[in-house]
Design a protein around this ligand. Structure first.
Ligand code: FAD
Length: 282
């Protein structure tokens, strides 16, 4: 860190100008719960750090049909928010078990997405919710879907000149149902061995749409598109749930690591998707 230049951007415009000036040499600093760990372990030595905590990106509001969450909003604020509870309870549930209270006080929704861990809990929930992201630079704002954002472990479509400004979550209706499950070696302060987020719209037994997302089973948080499409416009029953769960498991490409084997992850993917869909149907 000895030669790192530290900027505390006064607003989003200044942060964008700094990124356009320094490009790849600069790194955005949000809560620092991922970035500072990498710097302390000497895995990363950025020449420039741009802190965005004073850029007015800490907000949760409803605009039109969307719940909008600023990138600097920390996990603790999301868990406390009555708006998130009402409009996106799936995100609240997924966020509740991120790290420990101190990690949730520092870590932000933006950092969770840009860090692009395959096990990112908020990232997996936002995938199921069909969220979109506003990316801002000196050239303006562009919007991408969360499923197009992640490109590999630690990699996204974000350009060196861009900042993740906010997350837009489409509103749910009275037929929207959801489920979340995080499997870890213990209940809290632990990285997911596997996580599953499901968001579906269902009238009676007729499924209008279904999004099934899985964390820690692929190089990026995974949207199991084939599994979702098996359910859409169909009357859901036990046979279809079994088929969709099998399809979701087949879409995974897990690896063996310190937390679990690929074999275990594939097996548990199927079991959890089946269990959560059955719970929703009940
Ligand atoms: C002990 C511990 C436990 C953890 N447990 C979990 C867990 O259970 N689940 C989980 O999902 N994660 C967990 N994490 C990871 C981490 O806390 C989260 O990913 C957190 O949300 C990261 O946010 P941050 O604000 O701290 O990001 P930072 O560390 O500040 O940044 C992370 C990366 O994102 C970039 N960045 C941040 N914000 C922006 C932005 N707005 N625009 C552009 N680039 C940006 C930074 O340059 C950096 O590359 C854990 C971490 C620790 C240390």
């Amino acid at each position: 860190m000895a030669n790192t230049l530290f900027y505390r951007a006064a607003d989003l415009k200044e942060a964008c100008v700094l990124l356009s000036q320094y490009g790849k040499k600069a790194k955005i600093l949000a809560g620092g719960t991922d970035l500072m760990v990498a710097i302390n372990r000497k895995l990363l030595l950025p020449e420039i750090l741009v802190y965005i905590g004073n850029c007015g990106l800490d907000y949760i509001r409803v605009e039109g049909d969307s719940l909008i969450i600023g990138a600097m909003t920390n996990h603790a604020s999301i868990v406390r928010s009555t708006l998130v509870k009402e409009k996106a309870p799936l995100l609240l549930e997924a966020t509740k078990y991120i790290g420990s209270p101190s990690i949730r006080n520092m870590g932000t929704i933006g950092g969770n997405l840009v860090n692009a861990s395959p096990a990112a809990d908020a990232g997996t929930a936002l995938l199921a919710l069909g969220a979109k992201l506003n990316l801002v630079s000196v050239s303006g704002v562009r919007q991408v879907k969360v499923e197009e954002f992640f490109t590999g472990p630690g990699k996204t479509v974000l350009k060196p000149s861009e900042i993740l400004q906010e997350v837009l979550i489409p509103s749910q209706n009275e037929n929207s149902k959801w489920a979340w499950y995080k499997l870890g070696k213990r209940k809290s302060d632990i990285c997911s061995v596997i996580s599953v987020a499901i968001s579906i719209e269902i009238e009676g037994n007729l499924c209008r749409f279904a999004r099934i997302a899985l964390g820690a089973v692929a190089p990026v948080p995974l949207l199991a598109k084939r599994a979702g499409s098996l359910l859409e416009r169909q009357n859901i029953d036990k046979t279809l749930i079994t088929k969709a769960a099998k399809a979701a498991s087949e879409e995974t490409t897990p690896i063996d690591d310190v937390r679990a084997t690929a074999w275990y992850r594939r097996k548990v993917s199927e079991t959890l998707v089946k269990r959560l869909l059955s719970q929703i149907l009940e």
